[in-house]
Design a protein around this ligand. Sequence first.
Ligand SMILES: [Fe+2]
Length: 334
Amino acid sequence: MFKKLGLSIVLFASTLFASNTVNVYSSRHYDTDKELFKKFEQNTGIEVKVIQAKDDALIKRLETEGANSPADVFITVDAARIQRATQKDLFLPIKSQILEEKIPSSLRDEQNRWFSITKRARIFAIKKGSGLENKEFTYEELADPKYKGQIMVRSSSNVYNQSLMAGMIAHHGVEYATSWAKGVAANMARSPKGSDRDQARAVAAGFGNIAIINTYYVGKLAVGSDSDKETVSNLKVTFPKFKNGATHINVSAAGVAKYAKNKENAIKFIEFLVSNEAQEIFAQGNYEYPVISDAKISDLVASWGTLEDDNISIADLGKYNADAVKALDIAGWK
Ligand SMILES: [Fe+2]
């Protein structure tokens, strides 16, 4: 009798105090994510608590908090940041058959510390009427002097450019990549400034003919202000390729935080992010590419053509980040 009562008290206490939550640190900042997190709460009854900040701030926070960190899941954007967080030992390797089966090995860590949840491609938005809009570009030829004054691209302090450069290094080595970046810098229409979207706006406004931009930003411009809609109507999306590869892709990725208190919920949460339901919300709402093959991409994104992923793994892009930063600096890409 007492034993039974004791057990009931323990059960009652564990129901009362077990936190049915998942604490998420995320550097993504899109409305689609809020919608997704609500869906997860409705599906599972697990409350999602989010702290949103930039990657580097969250990495610092996780390091400072150490074992006391409330974080269960860490979501980062960009290959280099994921690698940085991995090197700082901020993720817990996990076992999930769902994640291993659904996500191609080039899009996840070999020790299961992080998993890509969306893809984006770094492409060229070409000025219509420039005569270049139907050309099949390689990334390599951007360094050709015939494109002098035609390229609009943001600063090399931006991690998307660092990852593109890491891809160039992975394909051709540091020496080639450095001289390539020199050529690109010499072909810029102006000294780098502004965001990806600003490059597209500038090309549409007559600065140069080639804007380097991530795909989802073209989607965001297309549903933005009237002047941004006008910008998009003046541009054509083309998918450049590496000579011996295909189109440079980057990712958002999620991992279970090293000191997760709600590990099971964290795994469930990441598995949800790669469910068909969630993948289509990322794709339809934020113009990203799904990481699972059977989710549908948005009609707008589909209208640009077919994306063929480059053959360099996301982990390798992170591996070459330091080399890329150094080489971009030497090349004079501001
Ligand atoms: Fe972005």
